[in-house]
Design a protein around this ligand. Structure first.
Ligand code: PEP
Ligand code: MG
Length: 536
């Protein structure tokens, strides 16, 4: 037994076999003047091999769950779809290499499917991506090192990206350990949302074998390699206790978060995709205080179309109506890297070209999202919020663009909610210091304490070496929150907190004292927060 120490990034305990996530390079180079016969044969052989793999996966999965196995049948159908194979062959006949032909035909297919105003067809786009990756792996002769185990496992990754977590079946991931990363990295935020125990910043990560048993505690950051009998029993016992606490919290479902003195706080949930809507309902959140729309972009291979986004927003809003859902517009950059944006490498990405700065510089991308949001607005109770505001002019520009979007929709006779509340994130010291002026321009503020802490303390939220300095309860950050709340209330608008510290119970008295109107946390923390407020 070896005990290692990392940083607890998502609470909970897990004990299971490890599964090491190899990073595989599935990029493709375009080659011309290739030998057609050779490339055609490579493609045909790859199809046969892929089918064989899919048959095996089907049989293996069927033993566990018949329904889950069907996806491999669908993949088999897609792989032999004539439009697809003929598309690939046509490119090969033009002299292209098989890898490029598969990649380019699959991408064309994905775009077609994503543009459809139909969720089932849109979901097929992910299947096309799977097929593309399977064929490319075969063509590049990459061993399928990442065949996911069928039992629950502990995911080991040098550096886990949010887009990688979303690719797994969440029910299978018992816990995650990563070598780098931090508590406020988006992979960690996602893990908390999904209630998956997560330990980051494990310096001795390379000592973990890729087999055996691993136990982890996502609160203390403890990772144990091959725990002995005593530790194993302890972990199993603790897991049962956590389940018991969870049951106790169930009693708070249906209750409003009101303190004994009558102060009411709206408890929101932070989510990043449609599947998490169920968690919002399950955990009885009053609202969605933050929908991180960038996860839609992170989960795509290309810019998500207006129709694709519309279908997602419509789905979220209608499922949650009449609950208020605050959808934040695209917030990429820094640790949220989306390849097709081709943002390039920056020396200081957290201070660089990101979030609203991209949207205002590339209004077509922004307008596509806004059109989708406005079109979806009539299906529920939508509010829209804008990230990384630092300048008054940015808010004026946003309003101008919204005016244009509304005019376009009016001309096209498309109905939308004319009273959508518009808010901004207060997550830079600049926004705090001009919050008196900003408050007159919007309907609400939502304080993003993750970035606000990073910028106030000049402390990179991603850097595990300085995680000791990253303190969301630092006096300077609390003063920023107090000033923001004062200016919001003076202007008659409401203010919420949607950064990670919203769920920090040691700060709850401070939030109540400053009359914070909404606290938005990971769905798994909603009931605990509700209980704490009711007991105040
Ligand atoms: C924040 O910065 O606090 C926030 C909620 O946004 P994100 O964590 O997505 O940057
Ligand atoms: Mg932020």
């Amino acid at each position: 037994m070896i005990i290692l120490q990392g940083i607890g990034a998502s609470e909970g305990l897990a004990i299971a076999e490890p599964f090491y996530l190899e990073k595989i390079d599935l990029s493709v180079t375009e080659l011309d003047n290739q030998n057609q016969d050779v490339e055609l044969k490579r493609f045909q052989d790859a199809l046969v091999k892929a089918e064989k793999q899919l048959d095996e996966l089907y049989l293996k999965t069927k033993e566990i769950n018949e329904e889950s196995a069907e996806v491999f049948e669908v993949h088999k159908m897609l792989i032999r779809d004539l439009d697809f194979t003929e598309g690939v062959e046509a490119l090969i006949k033009k002299g292209k290499n098989a890898e490029y032909a598969v990649d380019s035909t699959a991408l064309k297919y994905q775009k077609l499917l994503e543009a459809m105003d139909n969720e089932i067809m849109q979901a097929r786009s992910a299947d096309v991506l799977d097929i593309r990756n399977r064929l490319i792996k075969i063509l590049k002769q990459i061993e399928d090192v990442n065949t996911v185990p069928t039992e629950k496992f502990i995911l080991l990754s040098e550096e886990l990206l949010p887009s990688e977590i979303v690719k797994f079946d969440k029910r299978q991931v018992a816990g995650i350990v990563s070598k780098v990363g931090s508590i406020t990295s988006h992979a960690a935020i996602l893990a908390r949302t999904l209630n998956i125990p997560f330990v980051v910043g494990l310096n001795r990560f390379d000592e973990i074998p890729h087999f055996g048993i691993i136990a982890l505690d996502g609160q203390t950051g403890e990772v144990i390699i091959n725990p002995d009998k005593k530790k194993t029993e302890y972990y199993h016992k603790k897991i049962i206790e956590v389940e018991k606490l969870q049951k106790e919290l169930e009693g708070y479902r249906g209750k409003k978060a009101i303190t004994k003195s009558g102060k009411k706080v709206i408890i929101g949930a932070n989510i990043g995709n449609v599947q998490e809507v169920d968690l919002v309902i399950e955990n009885d959140a009053d609202a969605v205080g933050l929908f991180r729309s960038e996860f839609i972009y992170l989960d795509s291979n290309d810019y998500p179309s207006e129709n694709k986004q519309f279908a997602i927003y419509k789905n979220v809003l209608s499922k949650l109506a009449p609950k208020n859902v605050i959808i934040r517009t695209l917030d990429i950059g820094a640790d949220k890297v989306v390849d097709y944006f081709k943002l390039g490498k920056e020396d200081n990405p957290a201070l660089g070209y990101r979030a609203i700065r991209i949207c205002l510089n590339e209004p077509e991308i922004f307008k596509t999202q806004l059109r989708a949001l406005y079109r979806a607005s009539k299906y529920g109770n939508l509010s829209i919020m804008f990230p990384m505001i630092t300048h008054i002019e940015q808010v004026s520009e946003i309003k101008e663009i919204i005016k244009e979007v509304k005019q376009e929709l009016d001309q096209e006779n498309i109905a939308y909610d004319h009273d959508i509340q518009l808010g901004i994130m207060i997550e830079t010291p600049a926004a705090v210091m001009i919050s008196d002026k900003l408050a007159g321009m919007v309907d609400f503020f939502s304080i993003g304490t993750n970035d606000l802490t990073q910028y106030t303390l000049a402390c990179d939220r991603m850097n595990s070496k300085i995680s000791m300095l990253f303190n969301q309860g630092h006096e300077s950050v609390l003063n920023m929150i107090a000033l923001t709340a004062k200016n919001a209330h003076k202007a008659g608008i409401w203010v919420g907190i949607c950064g990670e510290s919203a769920g920090d119970l040691s700060l709850l008295d401070f939030y109540l004292e400053h009359n914070i109107d909404e606290l938005s946390v990971s769905p798994s923390k909603v009931l605990r927060l509700k209980k704490a407020i009711i007991e105040k």
